[in-house]
Design a protein around this ligand. Sequence first.
Ligand SMILES: Cc1cc2nc3c(=O)[nH]c(=O)nc-3n(C[C@H](O)[C@H](O)[C@H](O)COP(=O)(O)OP(=O)(O)OC[C@H]3O[C@@H](n4cnc5c(N)ncnc54)[C@H](O)[C@@H]3O)c2cc1C
Length: 446
Amino acid sequence: MKRRTLLRAAALAAAAPLAAPFLARAQGAGHVVVVGGGVGGATAAKYLKLFDPALKVTLIERHPVYIRPYGSSEVLNGHVAMADLEVRYDALASRYGVEVLIDTVIGVDAARRTVHTAGRRSLAYDRLIVSPGIELMYDAIPGYSEAVARTAMPSGWIPGEQTALLVRQLQAMRPGGTFVLVAPPNPYRCPPGPYERAALVTEWFQKHNPTAKVIIVDPKDSFVTDQTMMLGWNRLYGFDLPDDYAQKMAGKVEIQRHGRPGMLRWVRAKDGGRVLKVDAKRMRVETEGDVIAADVVNIVPPMRAGALARQLGLADASGWCPVERRTFASTQLPHVHVIGDASIADAMPKSGFSANTQAKATARAIVEELAGRPAPEPVWENTCYALAGKDYGLFVADVFRIVDGKIARVNGEARYLPLDASPTQIRLGARYQQAWLRTFTQDVFA
Ligand SMILES: Cc1cc2nc3c(=O)[nH]c(=O)nc-3n(C[C@H](O)[C@H](O)[C@H](O)COP(=O)(O)OP(=O)(O)OC[C@H]3O[C@@H](n4cnc5c(N)ncnc54)[C@H](O)[C@@H]3O)c2cc1C
């Protein structure tokens, strides 16, 4: 014991010149800097102040207006306008006392616990939370690039100008044209998202361009909510389920057999759906099974943690950020936590809902630790709502805990809208999705 105490004292003495200012600062409630004012960061900043109003919390975000990705596919079919996606930070500052700094973080000095911005600000912190979202790897697909995405084959998976371009292309598409959606490999932001987007685009064509075709090309053979989503496509867009799916679902629900090509097709990996390259000049998408002549191409490229995470050394070789599961503390840098899409969260999907509950659990852990108490055992949740059409809602709902050191789903199999849900339940699912969008945005930003 004696030897250990001595060693600890020696370590403290050695660290004294560095530690002194931080110890002085930590005598109050402390200063937490949060980088990234998206779902994860904004929730964390707000809940840190709710859990401990004495804490100083600074949120650094590079854009003054956040364009929310969740619900952004609804711009494509005109449910909402681009302006409806915009969220501001006023309430975080005025209601909760979060100091909001519009600036771009360019570096962190982990030893001095200081964050540096492009606007030449340096902020000292006791804890840093980083929630930088994703980076789209445009160059991972031969023929694709950010320049192509901006001008010819938009992605819009981080919403903004590309989303607006996609809307214009959709509306200008020739009668009977072909819309191709390139789905991403795992892991990616919003697992049901590409399939919801394809459904909403098909719904729009049904009204405005009824001979149009929508083709999803996919490097995967399955996706979350696949059975309930495909059932929706089957009922709404004349989609014939692949035989193996139809067999799996037989006896649980009646599936229509249309026997002719519907408006929507899903070409999965085993049917040649993996994309080999794209040609923006000739508007071609070459897959393992086909060369598709397209009129509009929407590409959801492979993803990795937002550039900042890699710039700060928070990501590992996988491109994502490893964390200690209980507190989402980075395993790469001390006193830094990574939450949201950028983090490696095992069974938790990369969704806004996940980022929101990760932010709350992490905020609680930080408040407790700064007060010298242990972080509580976390429980996280996720519900991804998705639309197969404006009035056709479905979902996947899960609860997560740490099991054997990893984040695991602990609820049973009844996670989806039941296959035999009534038309009223399905319509209600769509209403719940809309209600969730409103209340969720309030929980994060208002
Ligand atoms: C089409 C679509 C539909 C979706 N639907 C749903 C849904 O129904 N339900 C759901 O739960 N989720 C949904 N999502 C996913 C959800 O939007 C994301 O999972 C969520 O936004 C992740 O939060 P985040 O904090 O990790 O990243 P983000 O929300 O992307 O926030 C990252 C923030 O960091 C900022 N930033 C990055 N680098 C810096 C820097 N150097 N300095 C300062 N700031 C920086 C960025 O500007 C950004 O504001 C959907 C996504 C898409 C694309």
